[in-house]
Design a protein around this ligand. Structure first.
Ligand code: PEP
Ligand code: MN
Length: 295
């Protein structure tokens, strides 16, 4: 029986002529395209560890956390000025003011910034401040947004849709690439599964890391914060992700002395825990850089 729209990974070379290893063999069987963000190299020798708040709430909170991430040895600062929230009545982020705060944080620490853009009309504005544009899980299939970030020359962090197959995820990346921007880093952030919400927020799909690395040359990192939704799970999940071949981590960090964050407080870790994750990433060095899963 033939079903319309049914896809398997054998379709990836057709869906992704630019990004599939088979269709575009320039990186060979196991080479990775290095995506450089203001001197930070994704897919190179060193794992990239990104930390920062879920949402940019205030100057004191975000600039303070930027210094903490820097002291811990982190490579980049994360923080959403625009937040995709389930309820329109929930905190939506600090918008343009948040972007200004992020640029002060970069000025003071030298850390490059990754921040989410949700609206194609805002890509230019966000790109003025961001060193890397984040496409959130809920927008992974917003094809006009993908096309718009594809037209910029900014590196893109493409989160996996929470219900997206690998084919759909790589198809989304191909939209960005098809507009001339191949500086894309994939980010696994947990998918919906039958136990989602029972003991963790989503299901951290570690298996997708070697699979993605087999099928595309794009670097891939993991967000253990949204994947677990439980701060105590973030550190072990980070170690597991690196063992499975992740090129880096995107982690939510909070300063609990300022109170509970407005957004995702239960999954944030403190600066000391973040520092341990960075140390682990550095100590294990290059062990699984070359993936061992090529067929
Ligand atoms: C985030 O990184 O803050 C975020 C909203 O993540 P996701 O899009 O994966 O839910
Ligand atoms: Mn969050």
């Amino acid at each position: 029986m033939k079903i319309a729209g049914q896809l398997s990974i054998d379709d990836i070379p057709r869906i992704c002529p630019l990004l599939s290893r088979v269709a575009n063999p320039q990186y060979g069987e196991d080479g990775t395209r290095v995506v450089e963000v203001a001197g930070v190299r994704f897919g190179g020798e060193r794992s990239v560890v990104i930390g920062g708040p879920c949402a940019v709430e205030s100057h004191q909170q975000t600039v303070g956390l930027a210094h903490a991430v820097k002291r811990a040895g982190g490579d980049m600062l994360r923080g959403g000025a625009y937040k995709p929230r389930t309820s329109p009545h929930d905190y939506q982020g600090s918008g343009l003011e948040g972007l200004c705060i992020l640029s002060v944080a970069r000025e003071e620490t030298g850390l490059p910034i990754v921040t989410e853009v949700m609206d194609p009309r805002m890509v230019g504005e966000v790109a003025k401040v961001a060193d890397m544009l984040q496409i959130g899980s809920r927008n992974m299939q917003n094809y006009s947004l993908l096309s718009e970030v594809g037209r910029t020359h900014k590196p893109v962090l493409l989160k996996r849709g929470m219900s997206a197959s690998l084919c759909e995820w790589l198809g989304a990346a191909e939209y960005i690439a098809s507009h001339g921007n191949l500086d894309i880093v994939l980010c696994e952030r947990g998918i919906r599964g039958f136990p989602s919400g029972e003991y963790s927020r989503y299901v951290l799909d570690l298996n997708v890391i070697p699979a993605a690395r087999m099928l595309t040359f794009l670097p891939i990192i993991v967000d253990p914060s949204h994947a677990t939704g439980v701060s105590a799970m973030v550190e072990p999940a980070s170690r597991a992700a690196l063992e499975m071949g992740s090129h880096g981590l995107l982690i939510e960090v909070a300063d609990f002395s300022l109170g509970v964050p407005k957004c995702d407080g239960m999954q944030a870790i403190d600066a000391a825990t973040f520092a341990r994750v960075v140390q682990f990433a550095r100590a294990r060095g290059d062990r699984t850089r070359k993936h061992e899963y090529a067929t």
